[in-house]
Design a protein around this ligand. Structure first.
Ligand SMILES: [Fe+2]
Length: 250
């Protein structure tokens, strides 16, 4: 059974060793490839390789900055529940650490992904404004599986695997990239497609969560993400109207 609360004294020597190994491997890469907002945020949340982050400490840092908090979950949450937490300014995160044998690949997210990769930007108000809005948008379609699937793609290609233009170059803000050294190098290399942000294409593009991605979308800013929520909302509304007005068209 995975833990449903963080009991700091339960972390083992291997847990600390895994955290330090991953942290020390990933941070030099992120210093080269991550967006400035993320690197600043890593300092804000006081992450380092010596200590597995303490959730109480993170909560006390986030609260005055963005009003967000962490909600511990044992494993990945169903979409409806997950988006509900986002709409209430709570980021769901696991508190267990993968083993040394799982260093390079793990099927389900552990706290190196959920916390190391996601939590720093939860201290950034403009990023959080988008995340909260995304949660609210998903809840508007809570009973529509197909709509939730589309909004899930929107989350996937932005929060998990998004790239951002910065000072004329490309940087990473997606957490799915941040927690993987292989994907960090891959998304900047020649063997993938990098496209300008296109919400219509994104919500109509299925993805696989068990492979390194082949396509990444580039945004100009977190504000662009936030403002695009209205466009996504309009696309979802147009889709609903279409399925109502054309009998048999789902
Ligand atoms: Fe994630």
């Amino acid at each position: 059974m995975r833990p449903t609360e963080q009991i700091y004294s339960d972390y083992t020597t291997e847990d600390f060793h895994v955290w330090k190994t991953l942290y020390d491997r990933q941070m030099p890469l992120l210093k080269q490839y991550a967006c400035q907002a993320h690197l600043k945020a890593v300092d804000t949340v006081e992450f380092n390789g010596e200590r597995i982050p303490n959730f109480e400490n993170i909560k006390s840092i986030l609260a005055p900055l963005t009003g967000w908090s962490i909600h511990v979950v044992p494993c990945i949450s169903p979409a409806r529940e997950f988006f509900g937490f986002l709409s209430r300014k709570q980021f769901t995160a696991t508190c267990w650490v993968r083993t040394m044998a799982q260093l390079d690949y793990i099927e389900e997210p552990d706290m190196f992904h959920d916390v190391f990769a996601h939590i720093p930007l939860i201290s950034d108000p403009s990023y959080c404004r988008f995340l909260e809005g995304l949660g609210a948008l998903a809840l508007e379609h809570a009973d529509d599986e197909e709509a939730l699937e589309m909004i899930g793609r929107f989350y996937w290609f932005t929060i998990e695997f998004g790239l951002i233009r910065e000072n004329g170059g490309l940087k990473i803000y997606g957490a799915g990239i941040m927690s993987s050294s292989g994907e960090t190098k891959h998304c900047m290399g020649p063997d993938c497609i990098r496209k300008d942000y296109d919400i219509r294409e994104i919500i109509n593009t299925p993805y696989r969560n068990d492979i390194i991605q082949d396509t990444y979308y580039i945004v100009e800013s977190f504000d662009q993400l936030y403002h695009s929520l209205d466009d996504v909302r309009a696309l979802m509304a147009a889709r609903s109207e279409k399925s109502i007005s054309i009998p048999g068209n789902k």
